[in-house]
Structure formats: C-alpha cells, structure tokens
Design a binder for this molecule. Structure first.
Ligand code: SAM
Length: 419
C-alpha cells in the first residue's frame, strides 16, 4: 500500500518483502515489528495477514499508520463542510483575507515579481521585515497561533489560500474524538503532499525562483502560479472519499514513535522483525519536517543557517527539533547496526533487513555502511545470514563470499537473518 510519496518507500517491493517475512515465520503466529515504518507501506500491507507494530522515530509515521488502519467515522461530506467552515472563519480575519486577495491579484496579472516575492520571502515567520506580510503592512500576527502552516510556510511551500485550508484541516482533525484524530491528521498530510510546491515533492527545498545573481526565473515562477491558481478545495473532499474507500475495515496494526532500540526492548520477543533503516547521509527529518509539525501540532520554530551571522533562515524553513539518525552518520552507523542485530538476536527474533540504495534523492547515493561490513555485523549475532538481490522480477540468492562482487551499488537487497 502506498500512503504518501516517501523517499525509500517500499511499496514497489511489497510482495517480495511479504514472502520474505512469511519465509522467516511460516506459522504466521508471530507479530511483525516494523522498526523503521516510514510511510507505513510494509506495515499496512502485512497487517492484512498478521498483527503488526509499526515503529518509527518520526511522529508522522505513527499518525499515517494509525490513520490508514482506522475507518473514518464522519461522512466525507460532513468532514469537508467542517473544514470549509473553519477555513472561512480564518478568512474573516482581515490580515488573512488581505494576503489571499493579494495573491489572487498576483496570479490574475501573472505578476512575476509578486510570485517571486511569495516564493522567496513569503513566510511571515521566517522573513520578518522583508516578508510579503510586512510589505502588505501585516507585521502583527497576534491571535493567529492556530495558523502554523500559513504563518510559516504560506507563500513558500503552499499558496496562502492552500495553507489556510491546510490549517483548517489540521484544526478540525484535532477536534475529532481521540482514535479519529490520526485519521484527520492523515487526511491533512495527504492534502499537503498533493499541494506542496517544492523540488522533489517533499519539504527540504522550496522552488528556487531567483538565479544565483538574483534574476527572476520567469518560466519557473509562472509554472508555479499556474499550478497554484488551479487550487480546488474540493480536492480535500476527494482525499476523504478516497480514504473511506481504501480503508474498508480496521487493520490490526499499531503505530508507535520510538528509537528502534526501545521498540525492540518493548516488542522484540515473539516478533519477526522487518528493518528498513536509512542508509545515506540524508536525514529523513529534513525532508518531512512539515509532516512532523502536522503530527506533533506544536510551534515548530525555525533553524538558521550560518550565513549572514546566523540570521538567514534555513532554506527549507526547517523546524528546530529535528532527529539526527545514527544510521545516517557514517561514524555512528556501524554501532547502530551492531545494536540492531545484537538486540534483535537477544530476543530470539528473526529479521528481514532491506539494504536500499535510494533515499534522500531519486538516484542511488553512497551508503553509510558497505554490504560486506553489514554482513559481518549481522553474522556476529545471527547463525544464518542470507542475501537476496532484487533485480526486477529476478531474485538472485548470494552467499557471503559473493557479496562484494555480485551486489551492484544501486541494487535493492534483502538480508535474511535467522537464529
Ligand atoms: C528507508 S525509511 C523506511 C521506509 C519504509 N520502509 C517505507 O516503506 O515507507 C527509514 C526510516 O527510518 C526512520 N529512522 C531513522 N532513524 C531511526 C531510529 N533511530 N529509530 C527508529 N526509526 C528511525 C526514518 O524516520 C525513516 O522513516
């Protein structure tokens, strides 16, 4: 199952991964512990045939897994009416209606300078005195606390109107009865993923509309405007209807937020483990920080780059609290893998491990741990360690000595570890 577009997401390999898990526990009695659940694609698919605990260090993963495994109780139409009423109440505020009216006139006039302004200094929180807000005389943000998406990311990652709707969807989700909150937040995250304008469709890099020398890139700006002007709030109704259709029954899966070590301690016994940790230097928290803010519901704050005496906001408008994974830090990655294998083996849990070349980009990146080293670490703890290279429909089984020659740099690999 594919929930949101996710770097390194395994929806393409689900069938192979499911048969791998079933080969490690043919009885089907053990629960699956998905330690690095990410978008939840593996956890949600396996939950159709066995109980699952889906863990990840990022809170949005828990929300997505819970949201995709629970039926929506409200009708999509009633839900959409609630969000529309909330958005309309935000637009009653003159500051917000002024921003949206300004934006519409920019789009109507195909005003490249206006489009460049919203994309490069549209954030009321990040761009302060130089922001579009300030330019329109809207410095005071009192009473707008709930509008986190609009204040931080409006103009840059979303149009102001889109961000108002996103804030409204988040507020409506937070008012839902407890088990439904994650369903509502999931709808908001899917809506955000559909709307975002950025490089790569995630939240690490806003679209650059100025060249290095500060010249506006007209074509890029007009392309963004064309997409934003076509915004239809009814898209949220479609997201809700699609959700109701795709989650017809409750699934036996629970999303959790913890470091993998804690998750093994809690759930490792009597589990079969699926582990798909990051393998590149790119931290997931950078690519999905806006989803994390939707999941947590806090005031995210902003990090600043070292440029301009530490006064320039980070390009991606990253939140202050961001997890740095040991798996993505070359000097810490081997110790993290050693803990992973050692702790799982101590619980007597078999493990299927994905060794994946793609994360943090659309092309293969250098991995933080080489495959032969990974095999050596696994073999310190597990008696049986086998590798399968997934190459299209062909699956090549390798022994340990073949590894360095036969597993190509860009290949997707599964490692079977059994006591
Ligand atoms: C390759 S992705 C998993 C993709 C997932 N299998 C899917 O199909 O969507 C790796 C995940 O590991 C998580 N992660 C990184 N360090 C972690 C840690 N120490 N404990 C738990 N999760 C961690 C990241 O947040 C990210 O979601």
């Amino acid at each position: 199952m594919r929930t949101i577009p996710y770097l390194g997401g395994k929806s393409r390999y689900i069938d192979t991964i499911r048969s791998g898990i079933n080969a490690l526990d043919p009885s089907g009695d053990k629960r699956l512990l998905d330690l690095f659940a990410g978008s939840g694609s593996v956890a949600l698919s396996v939950a159709k045939e066995r109980e699952v605990v889906a863990n990840d260090i990022q809170s949005y993963s828990r929300v997505l897994v819970n949201g995709y495994s629970r039926r929506m109780e409200n009708s999509p139409e009633d839900y959409w009416q609630d969000v529309a009423a909330e958005a309309s109440s935000y637009l009653d505020d003159e500051r917000i209606s002024h921003l949206v009216a300004w934006e519409r006139s920019v789009f109507d006039r195909s005003d490249v300078n206006g489009i460049v302004a919203m994309l490069s200094r549209g954030s009321g929180m990040a761009h302060g005195a130089t922001s579009v807000w300030a330019q329109l005389g809207l410095r005071n943000q009192d009473g707008l606390n709930k509008l986190v998406m609009t204040r931080y990311y409006g103009g840059v990652y979303f149009s102001y109107e889109q961000s108002v709707w996103l804030d409204a969807a988040i507020a409506v989700a937070r008012r839902m009865p407890e088990p439904q909150v994650d369903v509502g937040l999931t709808l908001a995250m899917r809506f955000a993923s559909n709307l975002v304008t950025s490089v790569g469709g995630h939240y690490a890099q806003p679209v650059q509309v100025l060249s290095r020398s500060g010249v506006p890139k007209d074509k890029v700006a007009l392309k963004v405007a064309k997409r934003r002007v076509a915004f239809d709030p009814g898209g949220l109704l479609s997201v809700a209807m699609n959700h109701l259709a795709s989650v017809p029954i409750e699934l036996p899966v629970r999303g959790e937020t913890a470091d993998f070590r804690e998750a093994i301690e809690q759930h490792g016994a009597n589990s079969v483990i699926y582990a798909d940790p990051p393998y590149t230097r790119e931290h997931y928290s950078r690519f999905y920080h806006i989803l994390e803010t939707i999941a947590i519901g806090d005031e995210p704050g902003l990090t600043y780059s070292n440029l301009g005496g530490g006064l320039v906001p980070s390009k991606g408008l990253y939140r202050v609290e961001r997890h740095q994974s040991a798996f993505s830090i070359v000097s810490q990655a081997q110790a993290a893998f050693n803990d992973l294998f050692g702790m799982a083996r101590q619980c007597n849990a078999s493990m299927l491990l994905s060794y994946s070349p793609i994360a943090g980009g659309e092309t293969a990146r250098p991995r933080s741990v080489a495959l032969p080293t990974l095999m050596e670490l696994a073999s310190r703890h597990y008696e049986s360690v086998e590798i399968v290279v997934i190459d299209g429909a062909r699956h090549a089984r390798l022994n340990r000595r073949d590894v360095s020659q036969a597993a190509p740099e860009g290949a997707e690999v599964l490692v079977y570890c059994a006591p």
